[in-house]
Structures are given as structure tokens and as C-alpha cells.
Design a protein around this ligand. Structure first.
Ligand SMILES: *Cc1c(COP(=O)(O)O)cnc(C)c1O
Length: 387
């Protein structure tokens, strides 16, 4: 199999996957792996979930795509569902995390524009990750992602994450939006402090800027609540979602309150594939599974079980510095190259992924079974015992 036609943008493992079931994936040689990467927080119900497969089949026999020049039923129902489950009731649909962020950024710009011609600065956090398109990349506070793509967007300003003083010194009347990940995912599983988010909320209110939470990775049940903001008790104006929203099928969404969303009028924004009936029908099934079947409610208990085990590893092996993250978005901070642990786990049939410069990230499906946690844990302990 020649792989030379794929553009060279990823550092990949030398493996080709062919099928998956639940928490397991199988390569072309039939080797089984426990998948605790889940497409990087995408496969929240594991692989080949019967509810997803059923709706894919049924909806594809009805209607796969129709333009946003018209209405379609799954889009209306999914928007309604997101409104019912959250504090906001206005949704824009797209296909990915970066597009959900672009929507939030454009909404903030338009919101500012309606007030004054100079209200257009977007504040973002250092060490953040918001996506690869040029707008989202501009507010991604990590040099390695930005350096070869300069110049980036104008009207942006970086502040230190969790640093109230820095935020206070930089926010002003010209700020139209502040974008924050409640848990920095790619940046190394770093949680926002509740006090920082509360202060960001208060400052955005004071200066009439939109508070945007990027929940692309930490949303959709990962933290033990459907939306991450609920776990922190701070309600943003805009919420960007993708990854887990379709359980593996591509869909993104930007959810906003009336105050923010009313800035957009017809023609301001659009997305050809956004809100197509197939993606929306799948997402509806995923949300029903996660919420109505109580899977999200079990996240914290499973997390507790997992963290307890990780704490034991931490006390046994000096390579572990700390256990980070929240819910089923966990990280092991290590004092060696995380890649070396990830690679050894891979060899033994456990998929994990690095985050930041010193964290091994664990993102199991939200419906993971305790026995699967035990199984993964055994491999991890085996690997760590070698250091
Ligand atoms: C993955 C991610 C994105 C980008 O999502 P894509 O679907 O890859 O465009 C944006 N923000 C956060 C927090 C992410 O983790």
C-alpha cells in the first residue's frame, strides 16, 4: 500500500487501523488496541456504537444533505436539544472545531462593530489551542503552531492563562471578545481556575465583550457535565463545540445567548455542510445516548476510579510528577519525554497521546467499562515499571 499520496502534515505511528468496537480498535494485522485516544476526544461512545450506526443507516436513506437555503428536521431538532440542555438557545452549525471557533471570533467582531469601529480586539490565552485555520491559529497561544504562518490576524492580544492581573491590564473598551479553553487540552491538560473564569466573566460584562469558551475538547461530557462550563459554574456568552458532538461523525456547533447571536444577520456567516441532516441526526442520537442514558452522570465516578489508580502509580514511580485534568480528560505529568511512554504503551496495545511538553493524555470513551480501565492500567503500569 503506497502512502506517498497523502500530504505530509502528521507525525504518524506505523500502523493502519481497519475496524473498531467499543473501546477497542484493530489494525490490519488483527492486533487489538485499547483506544484511550478516541480520535482525540471524538469517539465519546467508543467505536461502532449501535445507536450511531442505526441512525446513520436510517437518515442516509432519507436525506443526507440539503442546502441551508432550506430547513431540515434533524438540524431543527438538534438545535432545540442543545438549547434544552444548555443555558443558551441560538446555534450555528459547522463541521469542525476550528470552524466553531471561527464562528465565535466572527461573532465577537460583529458584536463589537455594532458598538464602535474600534471595538475589535480579541483576547486569548497563552498556551491555548483553538485550531488550524488562520483565525483560530491567530488566537492559539503557542509559537510552534504559529511561527511558519505569519503574519496572523490583527486585533488580537495574548494574556497569561489563569492570571487575573494580566487579563485586567489588557481588557478595555476596545475588547470585543475573550476566548478561553476551560481546560487547555493540547496545551497539557491545564484547568482554568474557577476564580479566573469568574473574573473573566465579570470583566467581559464590565467592558461589554463576549466571553467565549472553547469546549471543543473538554465539552460533550468529558468533565462530568454535558458542557464544561457547568463544571466551573461560569456561563459564557458563546460556546464552541465539535469533537465528541458527533461521536465520530464530523460536526461542530457554536452555541450563543441572544445578546451575542443577535449581532449576526443573514449573509454574515455560513457553512455549506453545516447542519446537514445526516450529521445532525447522528449528533442527536449521541446526545440522547450521553444524557438520557446517564453516561455523562457516570463520568465522575469512573474518573474517580481511574484517578485513584493513577495516584497509586504516582506514589510508586518517580517519573510521574502529577495527575492533571478532570473527568475523563486526564493527564499524567511526567519528568521524561511523554512520547517515550506513549510509544511503549502503543507497542503493548494501549493508545494514548501526548499533550503539551510533559503530559501523557488519557481520553477514554465516556461509556468505558471499569474492566477496560483495569486492562489499560495494567499496560501502563508495565510500561512505567521499566523506568
Ligand atoms: C481540537 C481542537 C480544536 C480544533 O478542532 P478541529 O476539529 O481539529 O478543527 C479547537 N479547539 C480545541 C480546544 C481543540 O482541542
Amino acid at each position: 500500500m503506497s502512502k506517498s499520496n497523502i500530504m505530509n502534515t502528521y507525525g504518524r505511528f506505523d500502523v493502519t487501523f481497519e475496524k473498531g468496537l467499543g473501546s477497542k480498535v484493530y489494525d490490519t494485522k488483527g492486533k487489538e488496541y485499547i483506544d484511550f485516544v478516541c480520535g482525540v476526544a471524538v469517539n465519546c461512545l467508543g467505536h461502532s456504537h449501535p445507536s450511531i450506526n442505526k441512525v446513520l443507516n436510517e437518515q442516509s436513506n432519507k436525506l443526507i444533505h440539503v442546502s441551508n437555503l432550506y430547513w431540515n428536521i434533524p438540524q431543527i431538532n438538534l438545535a432545540k436539544k442543545l438549547a434544552v440542555y444548555s443555558d443558551h438557545d441560538q446555534v450555528f452549525f459547522c463541521n469542525s472545531g476550528t470552524e466553531a471557533v471561527e464562528t465565535g471570533l466572527k461573532l465577537a467582531r460583529k458584536y463589537g462593530k455594532l458598538q464602535s469601529s474600534t471595538k475589535n480586539t480579541i483576547i486569548y490565552m497563552k498556551n491555548s489551542f483553538h485550531g488550524r485555520t488562520l483565525g483560530a491559529l491567530s488566537v492559539t497561544g503557542q509559537e510552534k503552531y504559529q511561527k511558519d504562518f505569519m503574519p496572523l490576524m490583527k486585533g488580537i492580544k495574548a494574556v497569561s492563562f489563569n492570571n487575573i492581573k494580566d487579563l485586567k491590564e489588557n481588557i478595555n473598551e476596545d475588547t470585543c471578545g475573550v476566548i478561553i479553553e476551560p481546560i487547555q487540552g493540547e496545551g497539557g491538560l491545564i484547568k482554568a481556575e474557577k476564580g479566573f473564569l469568574q473574573e473573566a466573566r465579570a470583566l467581559c460584562d464590565q467592558f461589554d465583550a463576549l466571553l467565549i469558551f472553547d469546549e471543543v475538547q473538554c465539552g460533550i461530557g468529558r468533565t462530568g457535565t454535558l458542557f464544561a462550563y457547568e463544571s466551573f459554574g461560569v456561563i459564557p456568552d458563546v460556546i464552541c463545540m465539535a469533537k465528541g458532538l458527533g461521536g465520530g461523525f464530523p460536526i461542530g456547533a457554536t452555541l450563543a445567548n441572544q445578546k451575542a447571536s443577535s449581532a449576526f444577520s443573514p449573509g454574515d456567516h455560513g457553512c455549506t455542510f453545516g447542519g446537514n441532516p445526516l450529521a445532525c441526526a447522528v449528533s442527536l442520537a449521541v446526545l440522547e445516548e450521553l444524557v438520557d442514558k446517564g453516561i455523562v452522570d457516570e463520568v465522575n465516578e469512573k474518573s474517580g476510579y481511574f484517578v485513584e489508580k493513577l495516584e497509586i502509580l504516582k506514589s510508586k514511580y518517580n517519573v510521574i510528577e502529577d495527575i492533571q485534568g478532570m473527568g475523563l480528560m486526564l493527564g499524567i505529568k511526567v519528568n521524561i519525554e511523554p512520547k517515550s511512554i506513549v510509544n511503549k504503551c502503543f507497542e503493548k496495545g494501549l493508545l494514548l497521546v501526548g499533550a503539551g511538553k510533559d503530559v501523557v493524555r488519557i481520553l477514554p470513551p465516556l461509556n468505558v467499562k471499569k474492566e477496560e480501565i483495569d486492562e489499560a492500567f495494567e499496560i501502563l503500569e508495565n510500561v512505567l515499571a521499566d523506568y
